[in-house]
Design a protein around this ligand. Structure first.
Ligand code: NAD
Length: 259
C-alpha cells in the first residue's frame, strides 16, 4: 500500500493509540474518491455551476436557480458509496478509538460506512432529506428523485404543492446552532483532531481546528493541497485520503492486536 512505510503514517497511528478523545473534521475532499466532486478542485463543482445560484434567497425567489440547484442535488445524491477513507474512520470507531466526526459534507457517507448517526455532526445538513416549507412534510431524496416536473423543475410537495427544500445549509443561511455549539465543544475538548479533505477556507466551520489547537489538542491534516492551517499541525500529509487512511487504520489495528 502506497503510504504504509511512510513514517508519518506510523506517527499518526501512534497519536491515535495515545488519544483518548479523537475527533475527525472532514470536507468535500474525503468524498472525491467516491466520485463526488469537491467545490474548488480542478474538476470542482464551481467549474460547472455558479455558486451565486445556491443562495437561500434564490431558492425562494428564482425558479431557474431552483432547477440548477435540483440538478446538482440529484447528481450529488446519486448512488455514491463510502470509500476507503470513510471505511477506515468507521473501523476506528469499531476499535473504540473515535469520539466523533464533524463534517462539512452533506453526502451521508460517514453514516453509510458505519459510523452511528449520533457520532456524526453535520455542519451543513444532509442531502438525504427534503422538507416542505409549507406543511413541513419530509421526503427522502430517494423518494422524490425521479419526480421532477416539466423542464427539470424540482418536485413539489405531494400533500400541498409547497416548495421542497433540501435539508442542507444554503449560502445566506445560518448553520444549525445546536450542531455548531456541540461541534465547538467537541473541538475544544478533543486531544487529537484529524482533518481530512478540507481546504479549511469555509467559515465558521474552519475555525474548529483552530479551537482544537488553542485548547491544547494535536492537529493532523491529510489533504491533497496545502491549507492555511498546515503550520499549526503536528503532522501534515499531502496525499489522497483513501490509501492514507486505510494505512493508518491498518497500523492501529495491528498494534492493538499485538499489544
Ligand atoms: P473544498 O472543495 O473547498 O476543498 C476540498 C479539499 O479537498 C481541497 O483542498 C482538495 O485539495 C482536497 N482533496 C480533494 N480530493 C482529495 C483526496 N482524494 N484526498 C485528500 N484531499 C483531497 O471543500 P471543503 O473545504 O470541504 O468546503 C467546501 C464546502 O463544500 C463545504 O461547505 C461542503 O458542505 C461542501 N461540499 C460537500 C460535498 C459533499 O458532501 N461530498 C461535495 C462538495 C462540496
Amino acid at each position: 500500500m502506497e503510504h504504509y512505510h511512510d513514517p508519518k503514517v506510523d506517527k499518526i497511528a501512534e497519536l491515535i493509540l495515545q488519544s483518548r478523545r479523537l475527533t475527525f473534521f472532514t470536507g468535500a475532499g474525503i468524498s472525491t474518491e467516491s466520485g463526488i466532486p469537491d467545490f474548488r478542485g480542478p474538476d470542482g463543482i464551481w467549474k460547472r455551476f455558479d455558486p451565486d445560484d445556491f443562495t437561500y434567497e434564490r431558492f425562494l425567489n428564482d425558479a431557474e436557480a431552483r432547477c440548477k440547484q435540483w440538478r446538482l442535488f440529484r447528481e450529488l445524491g446519486a448512488d455514491a458509496v463510502p470509500n476507503k477513507a470513510h471505511i477506515a474512520i468507521a473501523e476506528l470507531y469499531h476499535l473504540g478509538k473515535l469520539d466523533c466526526v464533524i463534517t462539512q459534507n452533506i453526502d451521508n457517507l460517514h453514516q453509510k460506512a458505519g459510523v452511528p448517526y449520533k457520532r456524526v455532526l453535520e455542519l451543513h445538513g444532509n442531502l438525504h432529506w427534503f422538507i416542505c416549507l409549507n406543511c413541513s412534510r419530509r421526503y427522502t431524496l430517494e423518494h422524490i428523485k425521479d419526480k421532477a416536473g416539466e423542464n427539470e423543475a424540482p418536485p413539489i410537495c405531494e400533500e400541498c404543492g409547497g416548495l421542497l427544500k433540501a435539508d442542507v445549509v444554503f449560502f445566506g443561511e445560518e448553520l444549525p446552532e445546536d450542531i455548531l455549539r456541540e461541534a465547538m465543544k467537541r473541538a475544544c475538548t478533543c486531544d487529537l483532531m484529524i482533518v481530512i479533505g478540507s481546504g479549511l477556507t469555509v467559515y465558521p466551520a474552519s475555525y474548529l481546528p483552530a479551537y482544537a489547537v488553542d485548547s491544547g489538542s494535536r492537529l493532523v491534516i491529510i489533504n491533497l493541497t496545502p491549507t492555511p492551517f498546515d503550520a499549526q499541525a503536528s503532522i501534515v500529509i499531502h496525499a489522497k485520503a483513501g490509501d492514507t487512511m486505510s494505512a493508518i487504520a491498518g497500523q492501529v489495528k495491528d498494534r492493538l492486536m499485538y499489544k
